[in-house]
Design a protein around this ligand. Structure first.
Ligand code: C5P
Length: 356
């Protein structure tokens, strides 16, 4: 074979390679994907205690909390097809459908992190009350992210998922852990705590809108009270005492009797600092907490900055009876159960439609 022929053959080989590379790039861009819908559950959370620290230079507050996922949920359907753009569908008028929607915001970030293009449609079936405190919008976004990854058959590394989630909001990352989760920093640094047994829980959602930034600002005004800034260390100590009892085999509390560890945790003295600024402004929320306690809650609290309140009960029956009683009194109350990490992930994926 002469030099000219070799050059010609080599040129052809190069052209074939170029075509193969172009085809692979096209496949990687998602254009090969037939339309497909992934359906996931987007569970709610409550806060088992929340301590607010000082205002940071970035405008956020240092905080410590234990998040707990619960059985109430929305359903999120994610589909991807050829094209571009993000469409949010939801029959509830109170849910924004534009770029401000957390699902929209996270989708943009996930598509860019994965370097793919496509037309993404996210349908939010709203079953959760829209009142604050349950982390609904945050949970929807994490569900959308994981649903989108499945639909694209691509996975973001765990650290990227946490980063993207934290960029969208402080209480998104907890939904990447599930179960009982320790939250520090601005709430976005999350650590799994020991899986606690499922505990009956009643959620009360008064029709009051509490603004989280305003509640934080009200707390700042309170910080002039001596000793208030030590509070956060307090929750650290209580959580740490509880955790070391669990793991070190140190002597248990009075009578050394083991009870539901979740009820042990709330009895360790944890409380939600937001109650101190939210209850005076919305006395009906304090009433709601008292109503939960009168209905038999072992522990009742505001969740996050509210307006959601919740109570923990000794049994499912007790929770069911309490919810019925509260509804009779005119409260919007729903009985549910706390979810362990295993239950959270076991129930996360609902199904898929379309070709895979
Ligand atoms: O992070 P996220 O979007 O949920 O925060 C909403 C608002 O709540 C922030 O803009 C900030 O005003 C306030 N916030 C805060 N400290 C936190 C979390 C939230 O001051 N740790």
């Amino acid at each position: 074979m002469g030099d000219v022929e070799i050059t010609e053959v080599w040129g052809r080989v190069e052209r074939i390679f170029a075509k193969v590379i172009k085809f692979e790039k096209l496949m990687a861009s998602g254009y090969n994907q037939p339309p497909m819908t992934v359906t996931v559950r987007s569970f709610a959370k409550v806060n088992l205690g929340l301590s607010i620290g000082g205002l940071r230079a970035d405008g956020f507050h240092e905080l410590r909390t234990a998040y707990q996922t619960i059985g109430l949920h929305d359903v999120i359907r994610v589909s991807v097809e050829r094209g571009s753009g993000i469409e949010i569908r939801c029959s509830d008028d109170r849910v924004p459908k534009d770029e401000s929607n957390t699902c929209h915001r996270i989708t943009e970030k996930v598509m860019s992190a994965l370097r793919v293009t496509g037309r993404v449609a996210i349908e939010i079936e709203k079953r959760l009350p829209v009142q604050g405190g349950l982390g609904g919008a945050s949970s929807n976004a994490v569900a959308a992210m994981l649903g989108l990854e499945k639909a694209l058959k691509k996975t973001l590394p765990a650290a990227d998922r946490l980063r993207v989630a934290a960029e969208v909001g402080s209480d998104l990352p907890l939904f990447l852990v599930g179960g009982t989760v320790l939250g520090v920093g601005r709430g976005e640094q999350v650590y799994p705590l020991e899986d606690l047994p499922a505990t009956a829980c009643v959620v009360v959602t008064p029709e009051v809108g509490v603004s989280t930034p305003k509640a934080f600002a009200a707390w700042d005004r309170k910080l002039t009270v001596p000793g208030a800034s030590d509070r956060m260390i307090g929750l650290g100590r209580e959580l740490s005492a509880w955790l070391s009892e669990k793991y070190s085999g140190a002597p248990r509390g009075p009578r050394g009797r083991a009870e539901n560890p979740l009820l042990e945790l709330v009895r360790a003295g944890i409380k939600n600092d937001f109650e101190e600024v939210v209850f005076p402004e919305y006395p009906e929320l304090r009433e709601g907490k008292l109503a939960l306690e009168r209905a038999g809650a072992r522990y009742a609290s505001l969740s996050g900055s509210g307006s959601t309140l919740y109570g923990l009960f000794a049994s499912k029956d007790a929770g069911g009876r309490a919810a019925a009683r509260l509804r009779k009194q005119g409260w919007a109350a729903e009985a549910t159960v706390t979810l362990t990490r295993w239950q959270y992930w076991g129930a996360f994926r609902l199904g898929r439609a379309g070709t895979e």
